[in-house]
Design a protein. Sequence first.
Length: 355
Amino acid sequence: MNTWHLLLASESSLSAWEYAQRFPQVFFAALLFGFVCPLVGSYLLLRRMTMLALALPQLCMAGIACGIFCAPWIAPWFLDDHGHTHGAHDREALPAEAEELQSELEQLAGVVGSAAGPSAIENAPHDAPLGMGHEVFHADPRYELAWALLSSGLGLLVLQLLGRRGVLSADARIAALFAAASALTLLFVAESGLGREHVEHIVRGDLVEIARADFPLFLVLFGGAALFLSIYRRPLMLIGWDRESARVLGLRVRLWELGFSVAVGVVIGVGVLVAGPIVLFALLVLPTIAARRFAPSFGRQLLLASLCGGTATTLGFAVAIPLDWILGPTIALAALTLLGAGAACGFVLSRSSSG
């Protein structure tokens, strides 16, 4: 449980609309996340590299875990004088918004303590936030983002180099990358002793971790990648479909591939940090598969997949907030529901046309 979770617990009657008004950065970040991820998924499906949507997020998780592991040596500012990670217990380091939330937490803790007795505070859960008996791990998102982007870029570079040399098949390379990334993630988290709960929050898909101060950076990175993938869809589609034909037509394939790799790395790197690998994989793949059946062209597929992703995030919000469910997995289930509904509609339409 973190600051945002405790505030939600104190106001469990919040509707999805009221929550979006109180925490607009979470709602708009999730909505943008839902619109942009299917764009990347559509290109990966075109290139027959769908499994990369599973391997790259896991590699970004390994990068984040590596950053936490290396923090005491390469980033001493990441720790305080006692060797603990900077967190919400550091009142002087808190921005004005977090400090206001901290005051609300302390007031809430006092109310809970007076109503339930001293044992309520003493028996607080192990992961309880400040005011409830335990410090909260809070990493600098820019530090973690740098590690996520670095690992994503290195992974794409290694895959391209191995592909040019013809080392293994594409599926075998991606499978090896996923296996290595999974093992490294577990090893770094186990050996670092720092941020285990924080990594668990990322894996679970706690989009409520997004702070208002981080939203502009998220908007610039995700928005820039979305514009690139949308505006230059024709050359990217041609290169993904047939590289040799693209060369014959005079396209600078390597330059376009570099731009595409940067856009994919940014979306997946930021997406892992914001929503976690499971939710990211779901939004990369499920809306794309749902839209492909009904799209007569690749441009229409991009549009329909993006709309499906945005609809899934909206439905996820509408269900998760009133029921107090974890937002990320709920969005993934909403995307799966849309995929099932699309498959059912496609089946009915095919039966009616054949009949």
